[in-house]
Structure formats: C-alpha cells, structure tokens
Design a protein around this ligand. Sequence first.
Ligand code: LMR
Length: 396
Amino acid sequence: IFSQVSQAPADPILGLTDTFKADTRAHKVNLGVGIYKDEAGQTPVLKSVKKAEAKLLEIEKTKNYLGIEGVQAYNQVVQNLLFGDKSELVSQHRAVTAQAPGGTGALRVAAEFLATNTSSKTIWVSNPTWANHQNIFETAGLTVKQYQYYAAATHDMDFDAMLADLEQASAGDIVLLHGCCHNPTGIDLNIEQWKLVAQLCLEKSLLPLFDFAYQGFGAGIEEDAQGLRAVAKVVPELLIANSFSKNFGLYNERIGAVTLVAEDKATADRSFSQIKKTIRSNYSNPPAHGGLIVSTILADDALRAEWEAELTEMRQRIAQMRTLFVESLKAEGVTQDFSFISRQNGMFSFSGLNKDQVNRLRDEFAIYIVGSGRISVAGLTKDNMPAVCKAIAKVL
Ligand code: LMR
C-alpha cells in the first residue's frame, strides 16, 4: 500500500530550515523562517515566560484534561487582546474563543468549521500570502482564490486592485486578511483602507477571517489591533485565528486561538458547539502549557509589564535592523532603492530578489531566504549584516 505513496514537495519555509540545518558551512545565516533573534543571534525564552513557568511549576496540581476549548482564563485574555478591554461585542457575549495549537491550528479549525457547517466554500487570500495558507484551506475543503495585494514595481500595496478583485467575490465568500505585519510583504492597510474593506465586506456579505500572528510587532499591541477592531465594528460576523508564537516567543508550545464573532450570543454559542466538534475530531483538546503561560502573564500586572517591555524591545530591534539593512546595502555599493525595507512592518521584508538570486545566496553564500524573496529581518544582527549585504550586492 505504501509503495504507491508519492513524494510530497518540501515545505517552502520549514523545508528550508531542514536544508539549512544540514548545511555544514560555519558562516551560514537563516533568514527564512520567521523567528526572532536577539543581537547575539539567539532566540531565548522571554524572562516573563520563565517567571510564569516557575510559578506554574509551583502551583500546578494536575495534568488532567482541559475542556475541548482549552484554558478558560486564556480564552478571556485572548479576547481582551484582540478587541480591547472595553469591547462591546465581548460584553454582549458575541465572541467565543477556543485555544488552538498555534495560528496554523486555529486557521485549520476555522476553515474546517466553515467548510462543514456553512455555505461558505470559497476563500480569497492575498497575492502574495503566507506559503501555508493555500495548503491549510484546500486540505480543509475550501476553494482558494486570490486578490491582488502587492505592486512589485513600486514595492507597495495595490489597494485599488485589491478592492477590484474583492468586488468579484460572491456573497458568503470568505476573505483572509492579515491583521498586521502582512506575511510576506510587511505592507499593511492604513485605517482608512481598513474601513473601506470593512464596508465592502458588509455590502457584499463577505466573511472576514483574520490571520493575526504578529500583534505587537508592527506599532504596538493596541495599534496593531486597530484594523481588526475597525472591521469588527462594521461587519456582523467574523473569525480570527491568532498566534502567540512570535509575540511571546512560544514557537514550540504551539499556542494560538480561534475566535468567532456572531450577530448575537445564541448564534455564537451554537457556532461554538460546532467549533468544539471540529476540535474534538482533530486533536480532542489542546495541550495546556502555552495557554497557562499566556494567561498567567496577562493576569499579573508585573509580569504583563515585563512582557510588554520585552515585546517592545523585539519590535525596536527589528526596526533598527531595517534601517541598518538599507544603509548597509548602500554602503556595499547597491544602487537600487531599497528604502522600502524601512517602511515595512513586522518580521519580514519582501525584497524583490528573484528565484535565481535567492538560489545564489544559498548556494554561493550560505544565506537562506524564502524562494519568494522574503527575508526575515528579525534574523539579521549587526554581526551577520555585513556578510548578508555583501552577498546581496554580489547577486544583484
Ligand atoms: C513563517 O512564515 O516563517 C512563520 O509563520 C513560520 C511558519 O510556520 O511558516
């Protein structure tokens, strides 16, 4: 039976990490996967996380199963982060949240819930988008279509094209929106554009599904949620898949959540019963540790303040690397304008490097970036910057 199984292609992001690990060149640099590195090139556990874990080790009394929806306190703090402390839709009980294994797990639950329980069978994703989106949605049984998002010539957003493409969507279609720090382009909608997208979704009865994996990596925790909150104010129904991999550095704990907002509490509760059924048939109930860490930090004023300071430090270091990257490319004699890198948000920069240039960076210089030309700026440091910029200057 297994002899009939064909070889799957390597994953464009995690497959690249495998190749990187196997590379024996000492000077190799991984700017592929979106992982934050500090100035020393390390991805250490946040201090606030270590303290929460020490606390949990003290007080934890059981490893009993969680409910299907996960840690109760966690699900409440997720809603506070998404919608703010004084959210009306939260006080009206229009939002329901289930803990999920990472943002990917949350997207998969959302997609399977929609495919199984609603007439929404088509999802529109940005062109370009995160390399795993199509995979997740198609596997869950949705049809994937694309709306234009990026204008290669200007290294900027093509908002008119985005609206024009979404005009072609049918009532009930799902629209995948990146809440902030668009992956891979690093280019986000401004608040006026968010309002226009919200209006379009309302008028055409489109269902927004937010992928919100970088809250706090753009401008700040509250600032980065403005687009989501603007849309949630206008449309009656939406879904959010969020992740704490990056902003809490909890990559391998696989901690995220799926949140559904309905028109009223009864509809939200009924929908939640189906979300729970989806979870039960996939992984029964989530692992506890990540949810306990996040809820412990956010329930404790001192730990929360420490986490916010650590998040600010990560955001500021990436911003510094963006400026240094642009300056260093110039210093290496690159004449093309790369100033757009300093205007992009979050971990990634969509460099415009083509496939051949990406391959040369890997083969000749041991510098790994994603095939689309996406560079993880969060992996750049003052130490590896000169080598990276020299190599880019050569392949250009
Ligand atoms: C990325 O885009 O690099 C991250 O979201 C990690 C992943 O799972 O692909």
